[in-house]
Design a protein around this ligand. Structure first.
Ligand code: KIV
Ligand code: NA
Length: 278
């Protein structure tokens, strides 16, 4: 298997082939995603919510994204890996944006970067693309602006909002973005955007008309405690419950001395060294 390329992604849209994206934040999740044949792994700054325990993505730092991207790239060497640029790291002008994106690629190993915003980012995107950095856009609900938006609300409901979003999508394409994530908007609007541009749209909570879909790893697997039901998410497993009950069983077996058993224990005679390697 070969990692997907940016030109190939655009071909997929032209051929009507859906693009399957999942987030991952570490080595095991990346390995499993690659083995399951996803098209693209996104090291999302949702990292802040689902792994680091912050209540918004605003707290995620460039260093966090580099550190986690490195482990993802090691786990999925044959998959295209896109990393989120964190809050404000692409808002200090094209030069600073390039410096930060370059770190995600050189120190992190990402193949591309994603940033949240519309036409106001055209200069930054042009600068990145001219330096050989593929850029994925992100429109609709943009979680880094949650304090401005005032909550996780469905976007593009008014016609003025919808028009602006379509203009932003065109501006991102014009500036050289290779695709756009569309988050939390009406199916009607996401479909219209997808038809108005030739680069692929990757939807999350954006309905059936997008060129691809993305879900957050921990949502898809219900991997965590207290993961809320969200209309836009489909959970394909319930790993959180599995993990909790497995750990509870372990605790109980230690308390009752049911674990370890003789078969988990060593004697002088037998001890094949490498069996205990990590
Ligand atoms: O951070 C993230 O996981 C994302 C996706 C939800 C698109 O940006
Ligand atoms: Na994100």
């Amino acid at each position: 298997k070969q990692a997907l390329t940016v030109p190939r992604l655009k071909t997929m849209k032209a051929q009507g082939k859906p693009i399957a994206v999942i987030t991952a934040y570490d080595h095991p999740s990346a390995m499993l995603a690659e083995e399951a044949d996803v098209d693209v792994i996104l090291v999302g700054d949702s990292l802040g919510n689902v792994v680091l325990g912050y209540d918004t993505t605003v707290f995620v730092k460039l260093e966090d994204m580099i550190y986690h991207t490195r482990s993802v790239v090691r786990g999925a060497p044959r998959t295209m890996v896109v990393t989120d640029m964190p809050f404000a790291t692409y808002r200090l002008g094209p030069e600073a944006t390039l410096r930060n994106a370059a770190r995600l690629m050189q120190d992190g190993g990402a193949h591309a970067v994603k940033l949240e915003g519309g036409a106001e980012l055209a200069d930054e995107i042009r600068h990145l693309v001219s330096a050989g950095i593929p850029v994925l856009g992100h429109l609709g609900l943009t979680p880094q602006s949650v304090h401005q938006i005032g909550g996780y609300k469905v976007q593009g409901k008014s016609s003025a909002e919808a028009e602006k979003l379509i203009e932003d999508a065109k501006a991102l394409e014009q500036a050289g973005a290779f695709g756009i994530v569309l988050e939390l908007m009406t199916e009607e609007l996401a479909t219209e955007v997808s038809q108005a541009i030739s680069i692929p749209t990757i939807g999350i909570g954006a309905g059936r008309g997008c060129d691809g879909q993305v879900l957050v790893y921990h949502d898809l697997l219900r991997y965590g405690s207290g993961i809320r039901d969200k209309k836009m998410v489909k959970s394909y497993a319930n790993i959180g419950d599995t993990v909790r009950s497995a750990i509870a069983e372990y605790v109980s077996e230690v308390k009752t001395r049911a674990f370890p058993e003789e078969k988990h224990s060593f004697t002088v005679k037998e001890s094949p060294e490498n069996q205990n390697a990590p």
